[in-house]
Design a protein around this ligand. Structure first.
Ligand SMILES: [Zn+2]
Length: 224
């Protein structure tokens, strides 16, 4: 009932509502102070050794508000949820080294058809616009469809995406991969390998959230 009322108010341009708890909020950012306070920063992720050298930065832990909003963005086509998280992640990204370009981790065309939008491309565009960085959306391509990583353990994830990406042109020396969630890091490692093969010398990764790898572990797992 409250959700419906809020949507009605929003439609009437009277007040935005929090995308998580649906309470009306002041201002233009559709997230309330309580829900925003529930976004806990992710731990510092260790740098990865060659051949996939680079810094990896996750803005939030994949839990609570962050997990709910990412799920709504990724699977519910709630683009506003992605935009809010992308904006709240900006202070962390401004601290990071600036690459020559942002490269979204691409979806396979089959998955894109099912989902209706490309969540990594949306993040890369928001971050590129806010930070004044070019976005090279067509630089990487998925050669083949892969299973959803969430259905696999760490070893299965690495095998699932190994060799799944290829670069479609020369790559700038320093690029940053963009994705929504990083768990074991297998996907960005496979994408980075394709970029190194295309001439990159450093490949970083920026994601909205870090999720604890399957089987637990308080510290983030190494990428490989
Ligand atoms: Zn809220």
């Amino acid at each position: 009932m409250l959700t419906r009322l809020c949507r009605w108010l929003e439609a009437g341009l009277l007040a935005p509502c929090c995308l998580h708890c649906h309470e009306p909020v002041p201002g233009t950012l559709p997230i309330c102070a309580d829900c925003a306070a529930g976004l806990r920063p992710a731990p510092v992720l260790p740098e990865v050794l060659a051949p996939c050298a680079g810094a990896r930065l996750a803005a939030f832990r994949y839990e609570g508000t962050a997990a709910a909003l990412i799920t709504a963005y990724k699977f519910g086509e709630n683009l506003a949820a992605g935009r809010v998280l992308a904006r709240l992640a900006l202070p962390a990204l401004r601290e990071a080294d600036r690459p020559g370009a942002l490269v979204p981790v691409p979806l396979h065309r089959q998955r894109l058809r099912q989902r209706g939008h490309d969540q990594a491309l949306g993040l890369a565009r928001d971050w590129g616009r806010a930070l004044g960085l070019p976005v090279r959306a067509g630089l990487l391509r998925r050669r083949r469809a892969t299973l959803p990583q969430t259905t696999l353990d760490a070893r299965g994830r690495a095998g699932n995406v190994a060799g799944a990406f290829e670069a479609c042109g020369p790559c700038p020396a320093h690029v940053t991969l963009v994705d929504d969630v990083l768990t074991t890091g297998s996907t960005v490692a496979a994408a980075a390998e394709a970029l190194f093969a295309a001439g990159a010398r450093r490949v970083d990764a920026w994601v909205l959230a870090w999720a604890a790898p399957p089987g637990g572990g308080a510290q983030p797992a190494a990428m490989k």
